[in-house]
Design a protein around this ligand. Structure first.
Ligand SMILES: [Zn+2]
Length: 474
């Protein structure tokens, strides 16, 4: 079949391109070649912001349209339908938004913090706001900001020995729907609990949900003041460029495969070393403390559920993919494997056992706020209740204590039948607890800790007994 290509880049090729000039390029693609085009452009370092299934358009944000043109001509030779139909140059979100004149609009970092403080005030018994950088004893961002989390639970000022979920937004500065998705999920949870909804009340009693709307506050401020297409944080790189892609900087399998770059000026720069960025250190330390059972990390756009691993062996694919399939079905999203290693959801699963997904919400880049409210929020609203249901499914709860002192031990756990090959770790939390979602059956569990004798037991998943107390001897 004869396919063709139209490249309408000529007009902008004569424009002088400053370092800060970004272009949102909308590309019409043939449905059957989306994955091939995505893989090809990602392998060349382009950031695919999203794919709109309704209009068959890929959205690509680039500061190198000449390079994109070159890649287009390569695709032309491969007979892929590829038509660039719109190019929009960047400006600050503030000025862009003034032109749109929306009554309601997306929040910057201060408004988001205000909103979190309001929730803590309105629901003092159930909601507690944490300045994560202070609480975890870590330095602030390069521009002096902090990340904040709202814990929603009974006794919300304590980290209790109970199942946990973390809902995360806005690793990527310009993905403005994503912190609203997290804020609105927190509001919805608290409101429904107050109305006496049994599911939410029982979740409040038996678990904790941590809401972290903004992982990249410096980037978010920069989107509002300078460039609405900015993606990374505001780190100053050694080569004079700025910004690290926070969702390429996590240490687990850092830089192993997929779309990430060692070039500081790339939009998918993985950083100078694993976990070099304070924002990423905060999120890693938070989950080291919480060891959440489930994590949702919101991005935009594409209406997709992303799952691990981009490369490597998934030893728990049965359990993981079952939840993934049901979640995607429940929300009406498609499925796609991780874009790259070094993303938060691969990290939180690899090091802390959290079953984690990245959700690409919405079908286009920065739609109007009313589109977010009317079209995007209704699907996001289904996610947290689904995850709360998962918490009620049988988990094996292992609790490890010192036999003499009764103190909890951060012991290392392994199961013979689960053959990890990617240096995954399973370590009990500060209460000595680990909650493991397993396919029903019998398992050989081994518990190890430096200076203690190894302890081996057989555990049963999906049976009557789900709690195993283990005492280690020196
Ligand atoms: Zn993103």
């Amino acid at each position: 079949m004869s396919k063709y290509i139209h490249i309408l880049l000529a007009a902008i090729l004569f424009v002088t391109i400053s370092a800060e000039q970004y272009y949102l390029v909308t590309v019409k693609v043939d449905d059957s070649s989306v994955q091939e085009i995505r893989d090809h452009l990602e392998s060349k370092g382009f950031d695919i912001s999203g794919y709109n299934k309704e209009t068959n358009r890929l959205e690509i944000i680039t500061d190198t349209p000449r390079f994109l043109e070159k890649e287009c001509s390569i695709l032309q030779k491969r007979n892929i339908l590829f038509e660039i139909d719109e190019i929009v140059s960047s400006e600050s979100y503030e000025s862009y938004s003034n032109k749109r004149d929306n009554a309601e609009d997306y929040y910057g970092p201060e408004q988001t913090l205000n909103e979190l403080q309001q929730l803590e005030k309105t629901y003092p018994k159930w909601a507690k706001l944490f300045n994560l950088n202070e609480w975890l004893g870590l330095g602030s961002t390069v521009e002096g900001r902090s990340l904040y989390a709202l814990q929603v639970s009974l006794n919300p000022d304590l980290v209790e020995d109970e199942a946990k979920i973390v809902i995360i937004g806005q690793h990527h500065a310009r993905e403005l729907m994503t912190h609203h998705a997290v804020l609105d999920s927190a509001k919805d949870y608290l409101k429904r609990a107050q109305q006496g909804d049994a599911k939410f009340l029982s979740a409040l009693e038996n678990s904790a949900v941590w809401f972290v709307p903004v992982v990249n506050p410096d980037g978010l401020a920069y989107v509002f003041s300078n460039n609405r297409m900015w993606r990374k944080n505001r780190a100053r790189n050694n080569d004079g460029s700025q910004g690290v892609d926070l969702n390429r900087n996590y240490s687990f399998k850092w830089g192993a495969c997929g779309s990430n770059s060692s070039n500081g000026s790339s939009d998918i720069f993985k950083g100078p070393s694993p976990q070099s960025e304070s924002e990423v250190k905060v999120m890693d330390r938070l989950n080291a403390k919480l060891q959440a059972q489930y994590i949702i990390s919101y991005h935009s756009s594409g209406d997709e559920v992303l799952y691990p691993y981009r490369c490597g062996f998934m030893a728990e694919a049965n359990v993981y993919n079952d939840i993934r399939d049901r979640l995607a079905n429940h929300v009406g999203f498609g499925k796609r494997v991780a874009s790259s290693s070094g993303e938060d959801f691969e990290h939180h699963y690899g090091l802390y056992g959290s079953i984690s997904f990245l959700l690409e919400i919405g079908s286009s880049f920065q739609p109007s706020f009313s589109t977010y409210e009317n079209r995007v929020w209704p699907s996001v609203q289904k996610v947290l209740p689904f995850m709360l249901d998962e918490l009620t499914k049988p988990h094996v709860h292992i609790k490890v204590l010192d036999k003499d002192t009764g103190k909890p031990l951060a012991a290392s756990l392994s199961i013979t039948e689960i053959n990890f090959k990617e240096q995954e770790q399973r370590i009990a939390d500060e209460h000595g607890s680990y909650r493991w979602r397993l396919v029903p059956g019998k398992y050989n569990l081994s518990i190890k800790m430096a200076k203690y004798k190894e302890h081996k037991i057989i555990i049963q998943a999906g049976g009557q007994k789900s709690n195993y107390f283990v005492e280690l001897e020196k």
